[in-house]
Design a protein around this ligand. Structure first.
Ligand SMILES: C[S@@+](CC[C@H](N)C(=O)[O-])C[C@H]1O[C@@H](n2cnc3c(N)ncnc32)[C@H](O)[C@@H]1O
Length: 245
């Protein structure tokens, strides 16, 4: 039975997270993330508001900007950031991290000269290795995590970020409107652009699994703030002691 959207549906897993998921459909799903993100994730605003100013700051210090993309999936967002930074003359070291080796294999095979470092690992392993970044980012990952995983990813994010750095975890905000709009928008292209992928079904599950801004505010540890934005988006942003907002 489908739960109403008033509570998070953490019991239904995305099809892409199934270890036995059809490999061809999974590959097409990774390949279509760029299209979905261009429509809903506003990567340009992330670049202009957060990435470019920090790249300029890093350049003043004669060093490259270090970015970690947690749960990079097909890698389209970090590739876009890497390309824009290069276009604007900035040096950057961009790492795409994913827990799923299938995502890392697909993304590294589709790097298209972006020069991203792809790693199959959990954030905890990077903390143990003493890695440090200026920016720790994620997109559409929070809703994949259970409570314990969320706490771990947030704690690790703070440990991984350099003094003056920032953490921004962006995701869908659950709402009836988001569900209805995504359902309607993807219905018309489900047998063409999105055919043979998990995008439509997993998108609808993702909205059901997502937090509302109020839910995330209630569980966010001290030092984190939650911002909502249109269209049905939220951002969990670390503004702790040494972060620059
Ligand atoms: C919906 S995809 C989002 C991909 C990409 N960030 C985007 O916006 O298109 C979520 C990704 O997060 C990965 N993931 C889930 N939990 C993770 C964790 N604890 N650490 C790293 N990656 C994780 C999954 O394997 C999957 O590739």
């Amino acid at each position: 039975m489908t739960r109403p959207l008033t509570t998070r549906d953490v019991d239904t897993r995305e099809l892409m997270d199934d270890p036995d998921a059809d490999a061809r459909m999974l590959a097409r799903t990774y390949g279509r993330f760029g299209f979905v993100n261009a429509l809903v994730s506003r990567p340009g605003s992330l670049y202009r508001r957060d990435v470019r100013p920090r790249a300029a700051h890093a350049r003043e210090q004669s060093r490259a900007l270090r970015i970690l993309d947690v749960g990079a999936g097909g890698g389209d967002l970090c590739r876009l950031l890497a390309w824009r930074l290069r276009r604007d003359g900035f040096d950057a070291e961009v790492t795409a991290l994913d827990a799923d080796v299938r995502a890392i294999r697909w993304a590294s095979a589709h790097d298209r000269g972006a020069g991203i470092r792809y790693r199959r690992a959990l954030t905890t392993e990077l903390v143990a290795a003493g890695e440090i970044y200026d920016m720790v980012l994620s997109n559409h990952v929070l809703h994949h995590l259970d409570d314990a995983e969320l706490r771990t990813v947030l704690d690790d994010s703070v440990r991984l970020v350099a003094p003056g750095g920032m953490v921004s975890h962006r995701d869908i905000a659950r709402s009836r409107t988001a569900h209805a709009l995504f359902s309607a928008a993807t219905w018309t292209i489900s047998s063409t652009l999105l055919a043979d992928s998990f995008i439509r079904e997993d998108g609808l599950i993702s909205i059901r699994r997502s937090y509302t801004t109020a839910e995330l505010r209630a569980i966010a540890p001290p030092g984190w703030v939650v911002r909502g934005s249109v269209p049905s988006r939220l951002e969990l942003r670390w503004v702790g002691a040494h972060a620059r907002t």
